[in-house]
Design a binder for this molecule. Structure first.
Ligand SMILES: Cc1cc2nc3c(=O)[nH]c(=O)nc-3n(C[C@H](O)[C@H](O)[C@H](O)COP(=O)(O)OP(=O)(O)OC[C@H]3O[C@@H](n4cnc5c(N)ncnc54)[C@H](O)[C@@H]3O)c2cc1C
Length: 324
């Protein structure tokens, strides 16, 4: 493992002051960052890990009239098992419960899930196996997936880097219009991700997530396709939130995961659903719209059909007869 210094912190201010001191990174559950240090996958590895797990009060899940507040250190397993989240934000509980395996869900935090690095095998290639790739994400000049094995890469919106945003929780939070609260500002989740990562400054810490109240008459579904459901990352995922009025769609948010470098809001699907009654035919037509912008690479055209199928299923799950 690459060498690094380690410091415990007991307040957000202390953690921020340590991050300011140089090439440092936050350590939360450690399920992602320690892997990256072991394989030396970072372009420039952090020399200091700032452990924020001891900061009191950052792991709470609470609700008030404004909605749901989740502390940055809340474990993925706590989100999956919260009775309130299961009742009011079932898509979020579904996404959290679908992540990895119980041991990882018990360590992984919600903020770490949002900030985890991509799974691209060129980026993650370990120095132990030789031939590491100095890709665009590491400061290199090219994305090796473009002409290489791109079966798990972006089919929509790839620009330079074609690795996909791996966070299942981000997909649901984007559909729920969540806000990320940090040590210096509030960021709408739709503005949080960029092709090469997220917009956090090097001395900025996520302290929590705020999710607005969901209007009455709203149904939600998170669905994902993986090769081995017990452990794997999504090949494609979809979060669908639909509010109906007299059975017709008044409003919807359709967000896709693992199809683009950031979470992808499928605006064309939302437009096609407006005012419609959800049935097999509406869902099928809407699903076609989900891939209007798809430009698959040489080996990932299969993701287009998976995307359509997941969107159709998730929409039907939010319909009057809730066919899942
Ligand atoms: C086998 C396996 C399967 C997985 N499957 C899935 C899956 O299906 N779906 C999915 O979504 N994820 C999956 N994951 C990823 C997993 O969810 C993440 O590793 C985990 O959520 C990261 O959380 P952590 O607290 O351990 O973060 P850490 O590893 O501690 O940190 C990860 C990154 O987040 C940064 N960070 C952490 N907390 C903060 C904060 N408060 N403010 C600013 N930056 C912060 C760190 O600096 C680091 O860059 C899987 C992981 C493994 C190992």
């Amino acid at each position: 493992m690459q060498k690094f210094a380690f410091k415990n912190t007991e307040s957000v201010a202390h953690a921020v002051s340590l991050l300011k001191s140089g090439n440092a990174a936050v350590l939360a559950g450690g399920t992602d960052i320690l892997n990256l240090l072991k394989t030396e996958a970072f372009g420039k590895s952090p020399e200091l890990l700032v452990n924020i797990k001891n900061i009191p009060g950052l792991d709470t899940i609470s609700k008030d009239s404004g909605g749901l507040k989740i502390g940055a250190l809340a474990r993925v397993s706590a989100i999956a098992s919260s009775e309130f989240i299961k009742a009011e934000y079932p898509a979020l509980a579904e996404a959290a419960g679908s992540i990895a395996a119980p041991a990882i869900r018990n360590m992984a935090t919600i903020a770490g899930n949002l900030c985890q690095e991509v799974q691209c095998w060129y980026f993650r290639r370990s120095f132990l196996t030789g031939n590491t790739f100095n890709c665009l994400r590491k400061g290199g000049k090219q994305c090796y997936a473009v002409s290489g094995d791109n079966r798990y890469h972006a089919i929509i919106g790839g620009k330079g880097c074609f690795a996909v945003c791996p966070s299942d929780i981000a997909v649901v939070l984007a559909a729920l219009d969540a806000t990320i609260v940090t040590s210096k500002r509030s960021i709408l989740i739709r503005d949080f991700f960029e092709t090469l990562g997220n917009i956090l400054d090097s001395d900025e810490i996520i302290t929590g997530i705020e999710i607005p109240v969901v209007p009455p008459g709203t149904k939600q579904k998170f669905i994902k396709f993986t090769i081995r459901p017990a452990l794997d990352f999504s090949i494609v995922s979809a979060a669908v939130i639909i509010t109906t009025n007299n059975d017709s769609v008044a409003d919807s948010r359709i967000v896709l995961g693992s199809v683009a470098p950031t979470t992808y809001r499928a605006i064309y699907v939302e437009e096609s659903l407006k005012g419609k009654i959800i049935d097999e035919s509406t869902a099928e037509k809407a699903a076609e719209e989900a891939v209007r912008d798809a430009r698959p690479l040489s080996k990932n055209k299969y993701k287009v059909q998976i995307t359509k199928t997941l969107v159709k299923r998730a929409i039907l799950a939010c319909g009057p007869s809730s066919i899942d």
